[in-house]
Design a binder for this molecule. Structure first.
Ligand code: ADP
Ligand code: MG
Length: 261
């Protein structure tokens, strides 16, 4: 026959599931005989709150179109490969004060330098701090705006780009933009300027932005707004890109393994 304790455990798990507080079913890992009832209850409630926050954060990260694994824990900072970046500035940005201050960040550098990774990581930090964040790839954003079937649809897309506390526009300038797309990009930057934060990643220095924007006047107006209240992070550096370095490391590891055989 089953012990009374076993039966109770099952009932607790069942009720916890029904009440959608599944973590309670693991109470055995949390409650301790030597603690008072209140202490145990407090620990249980804390663990429930933490688990809820984790679920909620994962949901908000997904809604923001952010990748959960491109975060600060997985971002390795090596001053040798990113000589123009410092730990101090990374910590400062990580605090997300720039979002509260409605400031912009421009990450400039050649491919594979961790621009997207860092932008995404900052997006996650801002999400943790309850800011509304949205990550978009520049060309996809502009194409979606161009393909809007009518003014109402365009207004809806535009609003979704203007509203977030932080908009991350990845890969600006990877394509040459038509006059209409250049215009759309300018409008997004203009409408967010001084109202909310924007992070832009690009492989073009500002002096070369006219190469992908169709109109000189627009380019100047846009760069002017972007540099007004912003941090520009130069992510160029010596040596190969992160991808290449990891590839070489893997190759060396494989060779070493082969040597051992
Ligand atoms: P970029 O946007 O500058 O082209 P990415 O951010 O896409 O570069 O980086 C390319 C790949 O290398 C990604 O998988 C990214 O996670 C990884 N990566 C780049 N820099 C770092 C870094 N400092 N620490 C950890 N991973 C990195
Ligand atoms: Mg990138």
């Amino acid at each position: 026959m089953e012990s009374n304790g076993g039966h109770l455990q099952k009932m607790i798990a069942l009720l916890a599931k029904e009440l959608r507080i599944g973590q309670i079913a693991n109470y055995g890992d949390i409650v301790k005989a030597e603690l008072s009832f209140e202490e145990n209850l407090f620990e249980l409630l804390k663990s429930m709150a933490a688990s809820r926050e984790e679920i909620s954060l994962a949901r908000r990260i997904k809604i923001g179109n952010l990748l959960p694994n491109k975060n600060f824990d997985t971002f390795e900072f090596d001053p040798k490969t990113l000589p123009h970046v410092s730990l101090k500035i990374l910590e400062e940005l990580r605090s997300c004060e720039f979002v509260t201050k409605k400031m912009d960040i421009i990450l400039i550098g050649p491919p594979g330098r961790g621009k997207t990774h860092l932008a995404n990581a900052l997006g996650i930090e801002a999400t943790k701090k309850r800011h509304k964040v949205r990550f978009v790839v520049a060309d996809k954003m502009l194409t979606a705006m161009m393909e809007a079937q009518n003014d109402r649809e365009l207004a809806k897309i535009t609003e979704s780009l203007i509203k977030p506390d932080l908009l991350i526009v990845d890969e600006v300038g990877y394509f040459t933009y038509s006059p209409s797309k250049s215009n759309m990009l300018f409008r997004v930057i203009r409408d967010r300027n001084e109202n909310a934060s924007t992070i832009v990643t690009t492989n073009y220095e500002f002096t070369r932005w006219k190469e992908f924007m169709s109109e000189q006047g627009l380019t100047l107006a846009m760069v002017d707004r972007l540099v007004f209240l912003s941090t520009v992070l130069d992510m160029s550096g010596p040596g190969p890109s992160y991808r290449l370095r990891m590839g070489q490391k893997r190759l060396r590891m494989r060779e070493e393994l082969a040597d051992d055989e």
